[in-house]
Ligand binder design. Structure first.
Ligand SMILES: C[S@@+](CC[C@H](N)C(=O)[O-])C[C@H]1O[C@@H](n2cnc3c(N)ncnc32)[C@H](O)[C@@H]1O
Length: 201
């Protein structure tokens, strides 16, 4: 069953505001700040909220959101955004100049190669923002609750990255696919950009 936190955007935002000590919106602003000038289309995987969608609209960038949560998708559609509802690992993903994934990579840790194959079949640039300092790593009831609160509807996602495991996992994908990776910042979240190398002719 989907976690209660994922059932309503207001509840989700409240919980995230607490987890991010009031800097919930700032993490999206950090992400949009690294979207390259001239970007015409963005695909926001596991978008949940529509902060990036709103920014794209204000910039005249075409935004497509992908999420399997029907309540988040319905809300985004009501706001007039283009949404593909379903499991991003089985659907046909759209081409886009830039792909974004915020706070969701841990859901795919055991299928990271498959995820990167799917993403880089559709784009050259993948912006990832992922928590690396997690409450869910805490012992006791708070850690238990944080681990249990991230069930998108399939299984409780108890795995979380830290700085070393995230860097290691993504560097492995960069080696495998011939990408370069730029770490933009490291705080509670690690923000990084993976890009296809530009061929020199
Ligand atoms: C922790 S939330 C992150 C939401 C938002 N990006 C943010 O940073 O606040 C994870 C999101 O991933 C979605 N999700 C999880 N597994 C998915 C899958 N296989 N396909 C599509 N969406 C998925 C969930 O429905 C949820 O909206």
């Amino acid at each position: 069953m989907t976690s209660l936190v994922y059932s309503d955007i207001r509840l989700y935002r409240t919980v995230m505001q607490v987890l991010y000590s009031g800097r919930y919106r700032q993490r999206f602003e950090d992400i949009t700040a690294v979207i390259p000038a001239g970007t015409r289309s963005v695909c926001d995987l596991c978008f949940g909220d529509t902060v990036i969608a709103g920014w794209c609209r204000s910039q005249g960038i075409e935004w497509t959101g992908v999420d399997l949560n029907s309540s988040f998708c319905a809300r985004a559609r009501q706001l007039g955004h283009h949404v593909i509802e379903g499991d991003l690992m089985t659907m046909e993903l759209p081409p886009a100049d830039v792909y974004v994934m915020a706070g969701s990579l841990y859901h795919f840790h055991s299928r990271l190669a498959e995820l990167c194959d799917r993403v880089f079949a559709r784009t050259r640039t993948f912006v990832v923002s992922e928590p690396v300092r997690n409450l869910s790593a805490s012992r006791g009831p708070i850690g238990w609750w944080a681990r249990r609160s991230a069930n998108p509807g399939d299984a409780h996602a108890t795995f979380r990255y830290n700085e070393a495991t995230l860097t290691g996992a993504l560097e492995e994908q960069c080696r495998r696919l011939g990408l370069r990776m730029r770490v933009v910042s490291v705080g509670r979240d690690m923000l990084l950009v993976m890009e296809r190398r530009t061929e020199v002719t």
